[in-house]
Structure formats: structure tokens, C-alpha cells
Design a protein around this ligand. Structure first.
Ligand code: PBG
Length: 333
């Protein structure tokens, strides 16, 4: 019997007949433990500050961050990625607060560690843009260009103070050449060989970071095209991947996620380390905005984006919906 007779020879629809059947044959499953919650903590505020461009996401106070960490644990989320937002007056050209042991990120790491201990994998951003007055991810040379090697020295020190504060994983996100190797070295030198590195292996220069700039109060003018990757390229990501692995990356990440699923799939098929993807601020905000207008079904759209990212090969997903989605998954919704 072939498909040209009166009856189709094959009927793929049979496996789609009931919800139970569809659940049974699903090739991709999303579990709470796949999810990692990115969170912002801001210095010197008494109440959480809503981020206008990310409805539902706030800049946390130290207290509400601790609560968010507990909620994440209860929902079954496996990790939290922390970003510090210092007082504006403390930003300078070198991003000094990034290496201050009492800087907001280090304080937040200690807070979360005291609150949930090892029940969450505590991760932190190693990058200078949250702390520099010019908003770039590195320090600038005399001509105003981001100075790769001078920045590496700052990253090494940042990773050390974050490790001293008790972080489990550092996430260098600045796309400087050699950052993973320098950070590995810096950590081992102070006896922090157990602190892992989640390498932002493929990080593209993306318009979808827009809402994040508000989230961390960034004053960036211009763009990051001399250090983040060109959206046109994919081979370049495989080169970045080879370098990161050689330099000692424990896990690798692709970012953004949705518009780069092909990159994610290629990276995932070529490594034997865990692969993460970061569903970034703009990906979040697009869904929230369209849902607010009544143009899409919010919950279904969220699950579809996350399932797509898993299907493409990400084992872990950083998403601002982590706690909510984990809760719903645990409840079987
Ligand atoms: C750099 C960093 C950024 C994000 C995470 N780490 C901003 C950038 O590279 O411009 C963006 C995350 C998001 O948009 O959700 N510290």
C-alpha cells in the first residue's frame, strides 16, 4: 500500500490522537532542573524596582533576592545567575566595584549562599558592563577601544572575589579573547579549583539585549560589535568553542537562544560538555508584550520557546520565566 491509493499507507496522525499519546511519544521533555534563573540585585534600594521593559521582572533588593532564591529552590529550578547593579555614583572607568569584596554582586552571592547553601547552583556574571561608567564590557585604552588584555586582568580578579564570596560557577560574558584560560588560572591560583566556568562561547551582538540595559542601568552608547559576534556567522562559533574548551570551559553557552538555534544545534552536536542557552531579555519581553496585547497565548508561547531551545540541543536554559515554568511543570500543568 502506498500513499497514492484510496487510503494513506502511513498515518503519522495516529500518534497525535490523545494528550496521553502525545505525551508518551514526545521527543523533548522540559524539566524544572533544566532551568536556571537570571536575577538582578540592586544596591541601595528598599523595595524591588520593576523593570519597565521586562514586565514581571524586577531589580531585587538583597532581601527579595533571597526570597527569589528560595522560591526557585522550591520550584525545582537548578541554578541562579546573579547580576549586580551598583549605585550609579560608584561606576567608574575601570568598573572598580566589580572587584570590591563588598561590591553588590559579591554581597548578593554571600546572601544567596547563606540562604540556600548548595541547594541551588549559584552562578555569577563576570563582566564589567554593570560597573563601568561608559557601559562597555571591558576597560578602554587611550583611543577609547576596549582593551582585551587589560580587561583580562580585571576579569581574573573579579572571578577571584566572586569565588571568595562562595559562588559555584562563574560566567564570563564579555567575549574577550582568552578570558576562560585567564579565569581558570586565577581561580586555581587561589585554591578555587572546584569553581566551574560556564563559558559564554557564542555570544552574538544582538538587538535583543535592549531590555537588559535597563535592568542593569547601563549607560552604554554605541555597540559591542568589536567583541560580540556578528549574527551572520556560525563557523566563528565553532572556533570560539574550540578555544573555550582548550582553555578549560566546564560548560558552554549560546546566547541569545531563539534566533540562534542553528548555532546551538551545531555546538551541541560537537561537544561532550554540558550545553546551555540563554533566552535573553528581549526574547522574554517580545512574548510578554505580544501576550499583553492579546496577540498570542502567553503560557503556550513560553513553553514553545523553551521546548524549541531544548530540542535544538540545550541541556540547561537560562530564562527569566524559570521559577514560574518550573512550578507549572512540577504541578503537571
Ligand atoms: C554582559 C551581559 C549582557 C547580558 C548578560 N550578560 C548584556 C550584553 O552583553 O549586552 C544580556 C542578558 C539579557 O539580555 O537578558 N554583562
Amino acid at each position: 500500500m502506498n500513499s497514492y491509493g484510496s487510503f494513506p499507507g502511513a498515518r503519522p496522525r495516529r500518534l497525535r490522537t490523545t494528550p496521553a499519546m502525545r505525551r508518551m511519544v514526545a521527543e523533548t521533555r522540559l524539566r524544572p532542573a533544566d532551568l536556571i534563573l537570571p536575577a538582578f540585585v540592586r544596591e541601595g534600594i528598599a523595595e524591588p524596582v520593576p523593570i519597565q521593559a521586562m514586565p514581571g521582572v524586577v531589580q531585587h533588593t538583597r532581601d527579595t533576592l533571597r526570597k527569589a532564591a528560595v522560591e526557585a529552590v522550591e520550584a525545582g529550578v537548578s541554578g541562579i545567575m546573579l547580576f549586580g547593579v551598583p549605585e550609579d555614583a560608584k561606576k567608574d572607568a575601570a568598573g572598580t566595584v566589580g572587584t570590591d569584596p563588598d561590591g553588590i554582586l559579591q554581597v548578593a552571592i554571600r546572601d544567596v549562599k547563606a540562604e540556600v547553601g548548595d541547594e541551588l547552583v549559584i552562578m555569577s556574571d563576570v563582566c564589567l558592563d554593570e560597573y563601568t561608567d561608559h557601559g562597555h564590557c571591558g576597560v578602554l585604552d587611550a583611543d577609547g577601544r576596549v582593551d582585551n588584555d587589560a580587561t583580562l586582568e580585571r576579569y581574573a580578579e573579579m572571578a577571584q572575589v566572586q569565588a571568595d564570596a562562595g559562588v559555584h560557577v562563574v560566567g564570563p560574558s564579555g567575549m574577550m579573547d582568552g578570558q576562560v584560560g585567564v579565569i581558570r588560572d586565577a581561580l586555581d591560583t587561589i585554591g578555587k579549583e572546584d569553581v566551574s566556568i560556564l563559558a559564554y562561547t557564542a555570544k552574538y551582538s544582538s538587538a535583543f539585549y535592549g531590555p537588559f540595559r535597563e535592568a542593569v542601568g547601563s549607560s552604554l552608547k554605541g555597540d559591542r560589535k568589536t567583541y560580540q559576534q556578528d549574527p551572520a556567522n556560525v563557523r566563528e562559533s565553532l572556533r570560539e568553542l574550540a578555544l573555550d574548551l582548550e582553555e578549560g570551559a566546564d560548560m558552554v553557552m549560546v546566547k541569545p537562544a531563539g534566533p540562534y538555534l542553528d548555532v546551538l544545534a551545531k555546538v551541541a552536536e560537537s561537544v561532550d560538555v554540558p550545553v546551555a542557552a540563554y533566552q535573553i531579555s528581549g526574547e522574554y519581553s517580545m512574548v510578554e508584550a505580544a501576550a499583553e496585547k492579546g496577540w498570542i497565548d502567553r503560557d503556550k508561547a513560553i513553553l514553545e520557546t523553551l521546548t524549541g531551545i531544548r530540542r535544538a540541543g540545550a541541556q540547561m536554559i537560562l530564562t527569566y520565566w524559570a521559577t514560574e515554568v518550573a512550578r507549572n511543570l512540577s504541578a503537571g500543568r
